[in-house]
Design a protein around this ligand. Structure first.
Ligand code: ADP
Length: 219
């Protein structure tokens, strides 16, 4: 480690995942250096990201040349080619990057990445599959689960809430969940208060323990 860390994020691999991630980072005002082996992919992203280069990210020399070791955050966004993913992640860790993120396409892949020192491993297909399982079952429009079984969902209000205030129904006492926000049809989300009245075509954001929120959303 030479001790100098710059801002910005290096995204290695510009497949569907890496591309969406890099473009979103730029949208959020972040500087993004992206690298991909495929010249066509590089060309498609030219001008959309801060820097886009054609490089083999499994090559330590190439990564040194790009100054990857000085990035505070590096995302290994190669999935399908597990060997390239592991070699790339290993180079990033070896170059002393503090914050390495990598996408894994399977449980063993995720385990190997963790073993070589990648602290943040994500499994987009796996996690999205689990998330969609909650959405296909009913009324929920969006579903986010935190590690500890605590969830946030966007849902249509159950009938018992229609045209009633949150305290009138006693949502928290009776169901153990909190209605945090409400969005009228065509309007924007606002925080709820005790006297917020929920209309049938509103969308609401509910938080609480997973099983309680799911039971509430199915009422
Ligand atoms: P997704 O499922 O998100 O589309 P892929 O794993 O299919 O992800 O895509 C990975 C991307 O990484 C592709 O654009 C591919 O060209 C690139 N890639 C694969 N191996 C290397 C490598 N050794 N160096 C640089 N880029 C690579």
């Amino acid at each position: 480690k030479d001790g100098t860390t710059r801002g910005g994020v290096a995204v290695l691999g510009l497949g569907r995942f890496g591309s969406a991630l890099a473009l979103e980072l730029v949208e959020e005002g972040e500087e993004v250096l992206a690298a991909d082996l495929n010249p066509r992919t590089v060309q498609e992203h030219a001008g959309l990201l801060t820097h886009v280069v054609e490089a083999d990210t499994t090559s330590e020399d190439a990564m040194r040349g790009l100054g990857i070791g000085e990035f505070g955050t590096v995302v290994v966004a190669i999935g399908t080619d597990i060997e390239a993913s592991i070699l790339t992640a290993s180079v990033a860790v070896h170059l002393g990057v503090r914050n390495v993120w990598a996408k894994a396409i399977s449980e063993p892949h995720a385990r190997i990445l963790a073993q070589i020192g990648v602290d943040n491993v994500v499994r987009p297909e796996h996690d999205m599959g689990q998330r969609v399982a909650h959405l296909v079952r009913g009324r929920m429009l969006d579903y986010i689960e935190f590690d500890d079984g605590y969830v946030f969902v966007k849902t249509r209000p159950p009938a018992l809430l229609h045209n009633r205030s949150l305290t009138g129904v006693g949502v928290r006492q009776t169901y153990g969940v909190t209605v945090v926000g409400v969005k009228p049809a065509g309007g924007t989300f606002t925080y709820t208060t005790a006297d917020t009245v929920i209309r049938p075509d509103d969308h609401i954001v509910v938080s609480g323990p997973q099983h309680k929120v799911e039971a509430f959303a199915r009422l």
